[in-house]
Design a protein around this ligand. Structure first.
Ligand SMILES: Cc1cc2nc3c(=O)[nH]c(=O)nc-3n(C[C@H](O)[C@H](O)[C@H](O)COP(=O)(O)O)c2cc1C
Length: 198
């Protein structure tokens, strides 16, 4: 059954590629927010989410926090030897996307909702966004880079009153196949994000 699920996900992913276009995100808002010490105080894991979508501005700000450029050629997180060797994928109900930080855009990967492959916990399906941090896990520093990114996002969420949870409980194999992730790369960790339940 699992093999069939993976096969179907791959088939539909390939089939759908041409159906979607890149989505330009609004420029991230890089001012304001909660004072840093307060955001650190507020940062926490939450596992209940409203299914309400996140607007494009919020998504842009989240992705910039995780992996955007804060200088012409460097990022909001440090990377070993400045390799900048990570990718961030976005899973939403309307498809999966790769974040293009340089273009501040979402590059379509599939119009399929892949959140079920990331959902070994029920609350994931009610959350509008799950991020995947992808890198070569033979790189000793891959987990550190992903950790820096999810911590920035966690602090952003604290600052904006959003809920988030970092999650290792995902079907990495099925997701990698569905997203066409290169053999050398691995899904290091995921992070599920959304508004609190009203
Ligand atoms: C690498 C990593 C993997 C995690 N995986 C999961 C997970 O699969 N499911 C989950 O519900 N929480 C997961 N968590 C969240 C932790 O359970 C949570 O951070 C911990 O209980 C401490 O709570 P706090 O974040 O509120 O301080 C993970 C956290 C980290 C850092």
């Amino acid at each position: 059954m699992k093999v069939l699920t993976v096969f179907l996900a791959c088939f539909f992913a390939a089939f759908d590629l041409s159906a979607q276009e890149a989505v330009k995100l609004p420029a991230p808002v890089v001012t304001g927010g909660m004072p840093l010490m307060q955001a650190m105080k507020e940062r926490k894991t939450e596992r209940a989410f409203s299914s309400e979508a996140l607007d494009a501005q919020t998504l842009s700000d989240i992705l910039w926090s995780a992996w955007g450029y804060n200088r012409p050629d460097k990022r909001t997180i440090p990377t070993a030897k400045n390799r900048q060797n990570m990718e961030v994928y976005v899973l939403k109900a309307d498809g999966a996307w790769r974040y293009d930080a340089r273009g501040n855009a979402l590059i379509p990967v599939t119009s399929q909702d892949l959140r079920p492959l990331a959902a070994r916990q029920d609350f994931v399906m009610s959350a509008p966004v799950t991020l995947l941090f992808v890198a070569d896990d033979d790189d000793d520093y891959a987990g550190m880079h992903a950790g820096s990114a999810y911590q920035n996002v966690g602090l952003y969420c604290a600052s904006k009153g959003l809920h988030n949870v970092v999650r290792g409980m995902i079907d990495r194999k099925a997701l990698a196949a569905a997203l066409g992730i290169h053999d050398d790369d691995d899904i290091i960790i995921s992070q599920t994000i959304g508004k609190p339940v009203k």
